[in-house]
Design a binder for this molecule. Structure first.
Ligand code: SF4
Ligand code: SF4
Length: 350
């Protein structure tokens, strides 16, 4: 284990920001959250953003309001452009995503979420080439959580506040600086420019853990299909979609095309991908107008099944939820995914 002092870490980050896109948690301003006059009580006052140095980082942050997934799956991106000249000749242009980026300060749960996105985006053909390029160019420098925050349940879904498996480098705050755990080759390359010292006898702090619970097995989900229960949960849901947009493992998207006529008569057609949400009323509407998930309860059930049944069945991941607790805190009507999980488990016992 190596040690880096806080000052050396700041210097390293300042240098890093000159060489690559450095993304880190920054404090949210009122402008980021229109209508929010005061910080939320659970410390969710940070968001990930590109920074130009260590001074811009919200060092005391707990959990960002929205996860870091937008840096690998942007909220909106152009997939390709077709330019049509006045003679009707068309030229296809695809973006090349070559910029190296470092996500600093990512929590172990958010890093674990990329395991889910990797499975869905890369495991089966066709591979999502946009995600693949960004993933290839991204290095994750994680920060251990000293405690599980309000509404977190990472330990119930296989994670831990100090889990090292899904980051390239894991930093843990110790007196005067940070313990540096280099996990991957990518991390090793990045760490070459860090000024660290050997610290064999360094004691790492044990994170404060909340009580964990047993997540229902896939069989329980399959057998305990119960429309009344889902309607009851769904009755409270406003279909606002906040739970999906803050989630680090959600990745549904919509693709639309727009054509703009230029003053010189040429046409530019763009294919644009944007985040979508299965909690939205029109998410499942098909071409003929039918909507197989018209009821909110059906959509709520689908979201839960997606996380704990569909994705684990179809891909090499145990569950598609990392227990970050964001959807619980973001939900305006207090729908709590951890309560739903425990309800399902209890129904199996009954
Ligand atoms: S706790 Fe909620 S927001 Fe976090 S990973 Fe699970 S479903 Fe997504
Ligand atoms: S945040 Fe709550 S109210 Fe909004 S869509 Fe999700 S479950 Fe429904």
């Amino acid at each position: 284990m190596r040690f880096i002092s806080s000052q050396d870490l700041h210097n390293w980050l300042d240098q890093l920001a000159q060489e690559a896109k450095l993304i880190a948690p920054v404090e949210m301003t009122v402008a980021d959250r229109p209508g929010a006059a005061a910080p939320t009580p659970d410390g969710m006052r940070a968001r990930f953003a590109a920074v130009s140095g260590a001074d811009e980082i919200a060092w005391g942050y707990q959990r960002t309001a929205v996860s870091a997934r937008e840096f690998l799956v942007p909220r909106t991106e152009t997939l390709f452009t077709i330019e049509t000249d006045t003679s009707g000749n068309k030229t296809l242009k695809e973006p090349v995503i070559a910029e190296a980026q470092v996500i600093f300060g990512i929590r172990p749960c958010d890093a674990r979420a990329f395991r889910v996105l990797d499975a869905v985006m890369l495991e089966q053909e066709p591979v999502d080439t946009y995600y693949a390029q960004r993933r290839q160019n991204t290095t994750l420098v994680g920060l251990s959580c000293p405690a599980m925050w309000d509404s977190c349940f990472c330990t119930s879904v296989g994670g831990a506040p100090n889990a090292r498996e899904d980051v390239d480098i894991l930093l843990t705050a110790v007196e005067g600086g940070y313990a540096v755990d280099v996990v991957t080759d990518k991390g090793s390359t990045l760490a070459q420019t860090m000024t660290t010292a050997d610290s064999e006898d360094m004691q790492l702090p044990e994170p404060e853990l909340s009580e964990s619970f047993a997540v229902p097995t896939i069989e329980q989900w399959l057998e305990k299909f119960d429309e009344v229960y889902w309607d009851r949960v769904g009755d409270r849901c406003l279909s606002c979609r906040a739970c999906v947009y803050v989630c680090p493992t959600c990745r549904c998207f919509d693709v639309r095309e727009e054509t703009i006529k230029q003053p010189d008569g040429t046409l530019i057609t763009r294919s644009i991908r944007t985040w979508d949400s299965c909690q939205g009323a029109n998410y499942r509407v098909v071409a003929g107008g039918a909507n197989p998930r018209a009821q909110v309860g059906q959509r709520t059930r689908n979201r839960m099944y997606c996380k704990f049944y569909y994705v684990p069945t179809d891909y090499q991941v145990e569950v598609a939820c990392v227990g970050c607790g964001r959807c619980i805190t973001a939900c305006p009507v207090n729908i709590d995914i951890s309560e739903v999980l425990q309800d399902v488990a209890r129904r199996e016992e009954a």
